[in-house]
Design a protein around this ligand. Structure first.
Ligand code: DC
Length: 673
């Protein structure tokens, strides 16, 4: 996967992209047939997964925080393999081919009847490829409008196991049959002409289903799932960044050449990353680092540097399924590559969100690039000419984003007719492209390294955070002091405290809580005056701060204030939600925990008790446990470790060892970028 040999230098621009669309959709559907509560972190909240989630809710599946903030974990309460109920209305999968096809597979096993439909683009896409095998398994499907197209009514029930020889390498077809076989308890086998992406198989394995896979000499790929156990284990998963979203920015880096760009924590399944080899062949430098596993998928940081001048490539055969969604952005790269790029073996592109072969050729010509359609692909002649014109998206997010990227490079004046379609898979795409584009060619501002230190009450956060900040010369953000300042302001205002949850934004504005920095140290101000620390630490303030901090309006109000502290070489951000909500992109995240009795002992010592008795320690420990339970169960920003946080148990650590451990994590992180 590694490309050219030139070593990279200088700080690259680092970004993150939203969660993987394919993984998000599958996680929702599979969690909905599991037995028990699944927790999905990093779910992509874009139009496609939301449509799938809403359809599952209409089938009676309880899903929490489906439409919550990007960082909020989604909880799905699965009630078993065949527990869905007949929906009151047709299930509208909007633009989502994955949602419609996978859900049809899962529905085939349910003893109920449901109508599936979608938007104007989805009702043109072929469905017979999944309907035929599902009928063979025993499901009954009636097309309600046109043969082979949505809407259709599916009636599921008793199925039999089949071996399905799919004429296309399509993960959606494969997943539909496997889901039907798992749901019905029969198992199933799929033979595909080439291996397609394997997210469903990985997730099924994680849930306790036996999955066997093997390649055949003729290049075909066989996947077999055994009859599943009666209960599927719920999922505890973190969705990696979507490689197909990252691809647009990696391509941008290859096109602009000026400096490297890193996309962090992105999914790197071999069945998806074909573009990386192609970028190397085109002459860009590709480097993968920080390899890890997220949600059972390989993941890591990908860095791409353009080396000035790309070369045309030939792409076809086995490579195509591994980069099927990246062919639109490859076409944009080819427009600027020297020579003729030829893409073949990609007839599948004709039945994507649009006929991508004709959409690409039409649009390339519109902006001044010579391109030809082939029955199963296209040819593009790269050029250095100025490219200008208005492109048509045909309701297709990847067409919009591919030409958006090309348009964001030098010598292009390209308008996209329907930029909003990017939301289908990549909310925030245009804002990120704009940000990245504005840094093009200029030296990057020195990056402020953010270190998030969260943890339970009394685990040693504040002493550790302060010492780490001193050692590294970073700012220390004590977010608890800001919540305390709000509590103090409310107490001073004489407000009635019984209905805190109804507090208005105007009331919070009136307190004028803000932070000023004296060098690296933080001062908290309110109503035009600095608040001395001792006033923030009284029992009355502590107890109101704990209530105030559970009010969402208060948390939202303080968000921008906390984020603005990230300036200078680095910030140690200490609190309860630093790594999850305030700085979800923090370079280092630490979650401190310690045994409750040890925390109680430390607290009593800190409060001046020389040798606290065992009873007092136990009483204080009980109070701490109670507070942890309250902080972890509150609705707004509950105390929880970020999925990528390093847990440090301080029960048996000396304070200086805790500090050392965190400083080392920061140094390692700095050496990486
Ligand atoms: O860390 P501390 O004890 O000074 O925090 C005061 C209160 O504010 C405490 O009840 C927890 C809450 N808090 C929070 O909810 N989120 C933060 N980021 C920091 C503190």
């Amino acid at each position: 996967m590694t490309g050219g040999t030139r070593t990279t230098s200088g700080p690259a621009l680092a970004i993150r992209v939203p969660g993987d669309k394919s993984v998000s959709q599958r996680a929702l559907i599979l969690a909905a047939i599991a037995d028990g509560e699944s927790c999905i972190q990093g779910l992509l909240r874009s139009a496609d997964p939301l449509a799938t989630g809403r359809a599952l809710q209409a089938l009676g599946v309880e899903i929490d925080a489906l439409e919550g903030a990007a960082t909020a974990p989604v909880r799905v309460r699965g009630t078993g393999l065949r527990s869905w109920r007949t929906p009151a209305t047709p299930l509208d999968l909007a633009n989502s081919g994955t949602g419609a096809r996978l859900l049809a597979g899962a529905l085939a096993a349910q003893p109920l009847s449901a109508i599936l439909t979608g938007d104007a683009s989805l009702v043109r896409r072929p469905m017979e490829r999944i309907v035929a095998p599902l009928r063979r398994m025993g499901a009954s499907v009636a097309y309600l409008d046109q043969h082979g197209r949505l809407p259709f009514r599916i009636r599921g029930g008793d199925l039999r196991a089949i071996s399905h020889a799919s004429p296309v390498a399509s993960a959606q077809v494969k997943s539909a049959v496997l889901l039907a076989g798992v749901g019905a308890g029969t198992g199933a086998e799929v033979v595909e002409p080439r291996r397609s992406r394997d997210h469903t198989e990985r997730m099924l394995s994680a849930m306790g289903v036996e999955v066997e896979e093997a390649g055949r000499d003729d290049g075909a790929w066989v996947v077999r799932v055994a009859p599943p156990p009666a209960r599927l284990a719920p999922l505890e998963t973190t969705v990696p960044g979507d490689f197909s979203s990252a691809a647009f920015f990696l391509a941008w880096a290859a096109l602009t050449g000026a400096r490297g760009l890193v996309v962090r924590a992105v999914g790197l399944s071999r069945t998806r990353t074909g573009l990386l080899d192609v970028l190397s062949r085109m002459g860009a430098t590709v480097r993968v680092s920080a390899e890890t596993s997220l949600g059972g998928e390989p993941a890591g940081d990908v860095r791409v540097e353009g080396q000035g001048g790309l070369r045309a490539v030939e792409v076809g055969g086995a490579e195509v399924p591994e980069m099927i969604d990246e062919l639109p952005i490859l076409a944009a790269l080819a427009a600027r590559a020297e020579g003729v790029t030829r893409i073949t073996g990609a007839a599948e592109l004709r039945v994507k969100e649009s006929d991508r072969i004709s959409a690409l050729v039409d649009n390339l010509r519109r902006v001044g690039v010579e391109a030809e359609e082939l029955p199963d692909g296209l040819e593009i002649e790269g050029t250095r000419r100025k490219l200008a014109g208005r492109v048509r998206c045909f309701g297709d997010h990847r067409i919009a984003m591919a030409f958006g990227v090309l348009g964001a490079t030098q010598g292009c004046d390209i308008e996209v007719d329907d930029p909003a379609v990017a939301d289908v898979s990549f909310p925030g795409f245009w804002r990120l492209l704009d940000q990245v584009g504005r840094t093009d060619g200029r030296p990057s501002p020195p990056e402020c390294v953010v270190v998030a230190i969260d943890g339970t009450a009394g685990a040693g956060k504040s002493t550790t955070a302060k010492a780490v900040a001193d050692q590294l010369g970073f700012r220390h953000l004590d977010s608890g002091a800001i919540y305390r300042a709000v509590a103090l302001g409310l107490l001073d205002s004489g407000r009635e405290m019984s209905a805190l949850e109804k507090i208005a934004k105007a009331e919070l504005d009136a307190l004028q809580v803000h932070v000023e920095w004296r060098g690296r140290s933080m001062e908290v101000w309110a109503a035009g005056a600095r608040i001395p620390n001792r006033k923030l630490r009284t029992e009355r303030v502590s107890s109101l701060a704990s209530r105030v901090s559970s009010v969402p309006t208060v948390r939202d109000h303080l968000l921008a204030l906390q984020r603005s502290a990230a300036q200078g070489p680095g910030l140690i951000a200490e609190g309860r939600d630093m790594g999850t909500v305030v700085f979800p992109d923090a370079g280092v995240k630490v979650f401190l925990v310690a045994d409750a009795r040890e925390r109680a002992r430390r607290r009593l010592l800190q409060n001046g008790q020389a040798a606290p008795s065992s009873d007092r320690i136990e009483a204080e420990a009980a109070r701490l446990r109670e507070r942890d339970a309250r902080d972890s169960s509150r609705e707004a920003a509950p105390l929880a470790a970020a999925s990528d946080a390093v847990r440090v148990d301080t029960t048996n650590l000396l304070p200086e060892d805790q500090v050392d451990e965190i400083v080392k994590l920061v140094e390692r992180r700095r050496n990486r970028s």
